[in-house]
Design a binder for this molecule. Structure first.
Ligand SMILES: *Cc1c(COP(=O)(O)O)cnc(C)c1O
Length: 352
């Protein structure tokens, strides 16, 4: 081994779901099956490309303002980044700077562990219970910070706001980050608690409910003090995280509330129908409040089924890791895509 190898920061990276370039039924990375708001298409068609000569607005002014208006908060309570992955990574860097371990669930978004390792933040995973639920009392011990998604991923289980509030209230000395990537498909958001707890940060994304995973937009909402700390870290890293096209398209998307709400309604409707269909052919599904379903079948090996589906052009997500080796995660597609999925499953299982 060369001497310089000792000085290289080595990490075991996050492994994203596959992005096949051919046409498949893509139910593997929780994208939205519907296009973004037509307002976005219009804005893109009218885009002034001469503006690309210049650096974008480092404050992301119009986008921050649109989000502030949408969520009824002040502009200095909003931070935007290149997808919520960027926002979350910046939060880890900024707020998790203790020698005590940060806490997050053992089965959750696998990026948390990667960032903790990358930034050398000590961490301790808390075991979900036998029903894959977060045990809130596990988060009442001494720690250096807390992060969990609500609904959790990949379980899709949503915890009520009282439950989330108990964790925040029990931890006044550390920052609690609630990752609400899927909240629009679930229930009440922790945004309601922003003015009540000065240690709370809520992170959301345009990638799921707003149909814009390809544009890479995410945001954090908190109090002005914590948002200032986040901006200080951002300006010490890269002042121009958001590109001009994303700023313009993101702003238009936020302004179209009606389209946003209609899209969510359709996905929830398909989800409830799909849960029922899956149950009828013997799947056991965790109770989903997201745009995906975490499911297993007692009579079929998940890995074999996953591979068979893939060979037939239907992509879902499978991890094969401890405790979830018999589960797969199925993103809610359009009704037609889901019909295709069921046609395949029923044939595979010999159901008539
Ligand atoms: C999808 C997802 C994100 C990140 O999404 P971005 O595309 O980076 O905004 C963050 N957390 C969870 C739990 C997710 O599922």
């Amino acid at each position: 081994m060369r001497a310089f190898e000792n000085n290289i920061r080595k990490v075991e990276p996050y492994v994203p779901g596959e992005q096949p370039q051919n046409k498949v039924i893509k139910l593997n990375t929780n994208e939205n099956p519907y296009p973004p708001s037509p307002k976005v298409t219009e804005a893109l068609a009218k885009m002034d490309t001469d503006r690309f000569r210049l650096y974008p607005d480092p404050t992301c002014g119009p986008l921050v303002e649109a989000l502030a208006e949408f969520y009824h908060v002040d502009r200095d309570q909003v931070f935007v980044g290149v997808g919520s992955d960027d926002v979350l990574s910046m939060c880890f860097l900024t707020f998790f700077n203790s020698k005590k371990p940060i806490l997050f669930p053992d089965i959750t978004y696998s990026f948390y562990k990667v960032w903790a390792e990358l930034y050398r933040i000590p961490y301790e995973c808390q075991r979900l219970d036998g029903n894959f639920r977060i045990v809130k009392e596990d988060y009442y011990k001494e720690n250096g910070g807390i992060i969990f998604p609500n609904p959790n991923a990949p379980t899709a289980i949503y915890e009520e706001l009282d439950f989330v509030e108990d964790i925040i209230r029990a931890n006044p000395d550390v920052i609690v980050i609630v990752d609400e990537a899927y909240i629009d498909f679930a229930g009440r958001s922790a945004l309601e608690l922003i003015d009540k707890y000065e240690n709370l940060i809520v992170v959301q994304t345009f990638s799921k409910a707003r149909s814009m995973a390809g544009m890479r937009i995410g945001y954090a909402i908190s109090n002005p003090v914590l948002i200032k700390y986040l901006n200080d870290a951002k300006y010490s890293f890269n002042s121009y995280t958001m590109n001009q096209a994303a700023l313009v398209c993101g702003t238009e998307a936020v302004k179209d509330r009606e389209y946003f709400e209609e899209g969510i309604r359709k996905i929830i409707e398909t989800r409830e129908w799909a849960k029922d269909r899956l149950a009828r052919i013997g799947f056991i599904c965790l109770d989903s409040s997201a745009n995906f379903i975490f499911a297993m079948h007692p009579d079929y090996d998940a890995k074999e089924l996953f591979e068979e589906m893939k060979a037939n052009g239907i992509y879902v997500r499978y991890w094969g890791s401890e405790r979830i080796e018999q589960y797969m995660r199925i993103t809610i597609g359009t009704r037609e895509e889901m019909e295709e999925l069921f046609r395949f499953l029923e044939k595979y299982m010999g159901v008539k």
